[in-house]
Design a protein around this ligand. Structure first.
Ligand code: AMP
Ligand code: ZN
Ligand code: FE
Ligand code: FE
Length: 279
């Protein structure tokens, strides 16, 4: 098992990444990864394609998802791993969340229009196609139309929380997000805790049944990772990590720049198997 690594947080163009699932798997193989998790926002649509490509190229694909919950007005992301991807009720829930994203995108565009930032809605739809539409698609449209000079500018000027074109997402509780993941036989993991401003989130989530914490992430400084590692020991939680690669949308493609030893994947599998028996 030595020298086997996994990147456990990657987006495809089925949500707000820029690469197709196949391309993601090719890049993973070229980076020497043994396994990757596809964790699109509110969608499992990219997983079958990734699995097929992974079989060709010898890369293990872990079926995943990233759900957004709202706690005190703050976006808390919950990752799901080793989830079943065929249950009709689950797929309907995801379609509902994607529909809510579309309605939100319409409201974001209306707000931008009223601020004098005008572009036709079809521009946005052309970019998001069948994907779970989000603020990254809006940011790309603003960039393409010359309203901003960089993706971060879209967020600090217009789309971020408290900014003039901010529209909150559909409100899922963290408890519900964890339940949805558990119901599909998966394990639930708190994503990028470093970006969360309110304190006490990990202990709240432990009470709600969270299984792990994303200790390693492209936006986590080493000291933060050490702090979260301690928390996982304190609460006996699984440790995960990943790049949160969105393709080339946030600069260069970062697949594999954050990776964890495969041993951690083995532990996640064991826990998922245990959860499935409780269900
Ligand atoms: P959404 O799911 O539509 O709320 O969009 C979330 C996406 O926007 C995630 O991929 C984040 O990485 C990205 N995002 C959120 N805030 C910022 C920010 N301040 N700068 C750059 N990207 C951001
Ligand atoms: Zn994203
Ligand atoms: Fe996230
Ligand atoms: Fe993500």
């Amino acid at each position: 098992m030595e020298n086997k690594y996994a990147d456990l947080h990657i987006h495809t163009d089925k949500s707000d990444g820029s690469h197709s699932p196949e391309k993601v798997v090719e890049l993973a193989q070229r980076s020497g990864l043994s396994a990757i998790a596809i964790t699109d926002h509110d969608s499992v649509e990219g997983i079958a394609q990734a699995v097929a490509k992974g079989q060709q190229l010898g890369v293990e694909i872990i079926p995943g998802i990233e759900l957004s919950a709202m706690v005190n007005g703050e976006d808390i992301h919950i990752l799901g791993y080793f989830i079943g991807t065929r249950n009709k009720c689950f797929l309907d829930q995801l379609s509902f969340l994607r529909q809510k994203r579309k309605e939100r995108a319409v409201r974001i565009v209306e707000k931008l229009n009223s601020l004098g930032v005008k572009f036709p809605f079809p521009d946005l739809l052309a970019l998001s196609a069948s994907a779970a539409v989000g603020r990254m698609h809006v940011a790309r449209t603003l960039l393409a139309r010359g309203y901003i000079r960089s993706m971060p500018e879209a967020f600090w000027r217009y789309l971020g929380r408290g900014k003039p074109a901010y529209v909150p997402k559909y409100k899922l509780s963290t408890e519900k997000a964890i339940k949805i993941i558990h119901k599909q036989g998966g394990i639930a993991v708190l994503a990028h805790p470093y970006v969360i401003k309110q304190s006490g989130m990990i202990s709240q989530l432990v009470a709600e049944g969270i299984d792990g914490v994303e200790v390693y992430h492209s936006e986590h400084p080493a000291a933060a990772a050490r702090r979260f590692l301690k928390k996982t020991k304190q609460y006996q939680l699984l440790v995960t990590g990943g790049s949160d690669c969105h393709g080339d949308l946030k600069g260069k493609t970062i697949i594999g720049t954050v990776k964890v030893p495969y041993e951690l994947v083995v532990r996640m599998k064991q826990k998922a198997g245990g959860n499935a028996q409780i269900n």
